[in-house]
Every structure is written in C-alpha cells, then in structure tokens.
Design a protein around this ligand. Structure first.
Ligand code: CMC
Length: 428
C-alpha cells in the first residue's frame, strides 16, 4: 500500500488512488484501477499529465533545465564521455569498466556491415529520396535479413538485435547519403571509432584515403551524445507502443524513425536551418519574430520551444559552444550563426517568448554545425535517428523486461453519432 493517497470525488462517491513516488521528480497518481472502480476514463490528449511507464533511464526537470542519463548530467557526459560509453550506460545502467568498454566497442564495431543483399534494396529508391524515407524502409527491412535475433522473449536475441541496430545505423545513414549523391557505398573500417567510421563512410571515397579530423570527430560524437535519449518523447513512445504488441525490434525502430521525421520533433533541425537561411540577415529578424507571434500565421520559430523544457534546454547550451569549436577547427565563417545568435537574443528579450517560456532547443544550433561539417540539410534528421537509436533500443529493452508491461491501448472520449440504423442506398 502506497503511503500517499489521492482522493477523487465522482458521482457523489469518493475513490482513493495510490500516489507513487519516483527517485526524483513529480509523484504520479496510479489510476490503473480508475476505470474498473469508477467506469470513467481520464482525458489527456498529447499526454501532458500522463506518465506512460516506469523508467530508470533518463530524467528531465524541465523547470530547472536538467537532463540526466542514469543519473549523470548531460553536460558532464558531453564533456567527458564518448557516444559509445553513453550508449553502454543507457543500455546497461552503469558506466563500463575498461574491459567492458573495450568489449562493447569490439562488438559494435564488428556488427557495422550490412547484409550484401541490402545494397540491392537501396537501388529501388529514387536518387532524390529523402534519407529519412530510406532509413524507414531499410531499418524496417532489417527484420527480413536478421531473423535470428527477433525472438523478443529471449534476452540474448534482444541484446544482439540492439547491438545490430546501433552498429548498422551509421552504415545505413551513410549509404542513404552516398546513394543520393551517386557515389559508391563505403564499407566500414574497423580501426576507426564509431563516429570516425561514420564520417569516413559519409565523406570518404574509395579512390583516396580519408583522414578523420579529430575536432570534427569529437564534435560529431558530442552531437550523438546530446541526441542519445530523451525520456518518453514522441518517437520513443512510438517505439514503446509498437513494441508493446510484441513486434520485432527492427520494425519498432522503423516506427520510431517515422515519428521522429516530423518537423515538431526531429525534423526541426532541418526546418531550423532552412528558416535561418530564409531569414538570411539579422535585419530581417524582427519580421520573422512578428510572424511567429501572429496567431493567424502558421509560422513558428523552428528550434524554439519544448514540451518539457520551460527553462533553457541544456543540450542547446552545449550545442552553441560546439558551433564555435567546429568553426575554428574548419576555419568556417557562416553568417547564419550570427543570425542565429541575434535571433536568440531578440526572441529571449521579447515578452511573447518570455511569457510562454520559449527557449532555443537542441535543434536550434545543431543544423549550423552539421552544415559546417558538410552534411546537406536532408541528412540532419537521419543523424538524429542514428543517435536516438541507442535510446530507443534501451527503452524498448527496459519495456520488454518489465513484468508490468502490457500492450499499450489508450481509450477515447467518443463524440461521434450514437447507435442508429443503417439506411439502404435507395432511401438516402
Ligand atoms: N514559435 C512561436 N510560438 C511558439 C513556438 C515557436 N517555436 N512553440 C510554441 N509556441 C507557442 C504556441 O503557439 C502556444 O501559444 P498559445 O499558448 O498562445 O497557444 C504556446 O507557445 C505553447 O506551445 P504548444 O505548441 O502548445 O506547446 P507544445 O508543448 O505542444 O509544443 C513544440 C512543443 C516543441 C512542438 C513547439 O514548441 C514547437 O512546435 N516548436 C518548434 C519545433 C521544434 O523546434 N521542435 C523541436 C523540439 S526539440 C527536439 C525534439 O525533442 O524532438
């Protein structure tokens, strides 16, 4: 019996529900028995007040701008950790020992190649296909190639499929890019890091050696860390919902990729840079600020606002400093960065944005960095998907291992016609 109880009065009767406490963060009212005892549902479109699961992976305090993975602050991970180490942490709950780290790296490195038949699969896409369209298709198709790891009741199968997904995602994303520019696919190279390997598969060509620039590799790795997981966001909830029916992990991650593509979610990094380029010069900012505030104009400042963060998004802080590092390393000057900095400053001093607690999110600066590294805007969301695969598989594994897990099946507030008799066509 939980110590705290919540009381609900409905139809003249009082009902009590247990209040559950997490290790930190808001309490939750356990309403699992609500329908059974009262006959009523709750109504929460967009899940603004609903905890859909129990999770020990990631914690966000949106008021304070805090993001923790397994307890570790994102700023510390971005500064001191690597993407592979953060992946291990998310999957296993603790930071790895030296041996565990080497073993994990070895396993991931040796799963980076794709089944050769998948090359043919790529040829079926148009050359101008969006990389996210290719990612959805190819990742979904993995279940047709790796049958030997789709028994979700077997922890070993779950582990192998998780490793395969994390390992193959850079190869899949790089191939989507290569296909669009008409260059030959590059095979993975095992003496490179996860991120260095991805850069080489994307920007290298078979005709010459590719040299990974350490500052770019570090920045890219940090971007991957910043995107690795983010609690029960739309795409993660999609992966969990798809997985709750017992679907195989490759199909579930393909569902997550589809959800991430939307401009209100992962697609915002592409939309944010397109917007900054459209604004062009700082003198045009006020016009766009006015448009963002106009209720009759669908325009929104992309890369601004967040469902959970009502203070600065801690990932945006790290992103902003990474822009400078990459610009210095590559000797790049892009006026779009100046526009972004000024847009941020003007928006943050505007009462509309202040009142609504709208701050830059992770996507506001990421596009500027990715563009400086050489990625076309259409690849931005594919990179987000690559990194978020770690969070998706960790959350999926957590869900499947949870004895309380049942199929996700929300109910509704029905507002359609009540029962009526069918009228034959001749009488209508
Ligand atoms: N520009 C202008 N006004 C905005 C913006 C924006 N970017 N974001 C929210 N608002 C306004 C919105 O019109 C609403 O006003 P009112 O209360 O007068 O109706 C108020 O702020 C609250 O917004 P909301 O849409 O109800 O909030 P939400 O929690 O449903 O949406 C959001 C969050 C991220 C979808 C939204 O802020 C948005 O569309 N931002 C732009 C897209 C973006 O950058 N998305 C990336 C999110 S971070 C990466 C990720 O996790 O995927």
């Amino acid at each position: 019996m939980a110590d705290k109880q919540a009381k609900l009065e409905l139809g003249g009767q009082t009902y009590e529900f247990p209040v559950l406490e997490g290790s930190t963060g808001p309490d939750v009212v356990d309403i699992r028995k609500l329908y059974g005892s009262t006959g009523a549902f709750t109504f929460d479109p967009g899940y603004k007040s609903t905890a859909s699961c129990e999770s020990a992976l990631t914690y966000i305090d949106g008021q304070e701008g805090v993001l923790l993975h397994r307890g570790y602050p994102i700023g510390q991970l971005a500064e001191h950790s690597s993407f592979m180490e953060t992946a291990y942490l998310l999957l296993n709950g603790e930071l790895p020992s030296q041996q565990e780290y080497e073993d994990f790296n070895y396993t991931i490195t040796r799963h980076t190649m794709l089944h050769d038949q998948l090359n043919t699969f790529y040829q079926g896409f148009r050359r101008d296909a969006h990389p996210m369209a290719i990612m959805c298709g190819v990742v979904g198709a993995l279940s047709a190639f790796y049958h030997d790891s789709t028994d979700i009741s077997d922890p070993e199968h779950r582990k192998i499929s998780s490793h395969r997904l994390i390992a193959k995602m850079p190869t899949i994303a790089a191939m989507a890019y290569k296909y669009s520019v008409g260059q030959p696919f590059m095979q993975p190279k095992n003496d490179l890091s996860y991120t260095g390997n991805f850069l080489r598969m994307t920007f290298g060509v078979p005709a010459e050696e590719y040299e990974v620039i350490p500052a770019v590799e570090k920045a890219m790795d940090r971007i991957f860390i910043l995107h690795a997981d983010h609690e029960q966001n739309a795409s993660t909830s999609t992966v969990r919902l798809a997985g709750s029916s017992g679907a195989n992990p490759f199909a579930c991650i393909a569902a997550g990729i589809a959800c991430l593509w939307g401009p209100a979610h992962g697609g915002a990094n592409e939309a944010a840079l397109n917007m900054l380029r459209e604004i062009g010069t700082p003198d045009r900012i006020p016009h766009y600020i006015e448009r963002a505030k106009d209720k009759n104009d669908p325009f929104r400042l992309m890369g601004f606002g967040h469902r959970v963060y009502k203070n600065y998004d801690p990932r945006a802080t790290v992103m902003q400093s990474t822009v400078r590092e990459v610009f210095d390393a590559l000797n790049v000057k892009d006026p779009v960065f100046e526009t972004a900095l000024q847009l941020e400053e003007i928006a943050l001093s505007d009462p509309y944005f202040k009142e609504k607690k709208l701050f830059p999110n992770v996507d506001f600066y990421s596009g500027i960095i990715l563009s400086a590294i050489g990625f076309p805007t259409t690849m931005f969301t594919a990179l987000f998907a690559l990194a978020r695969t770690v969070g998706w598989v960790a959350q999926w594994n957590e869900m499947i291992s949870d004895p309380a897990q049942v199929i996700g099946r929300p109910r509704q507030l029905y507002t359609g016609p009540v029962e009526r008799d069918y009228v034959p066509l001749s009488e209508r």
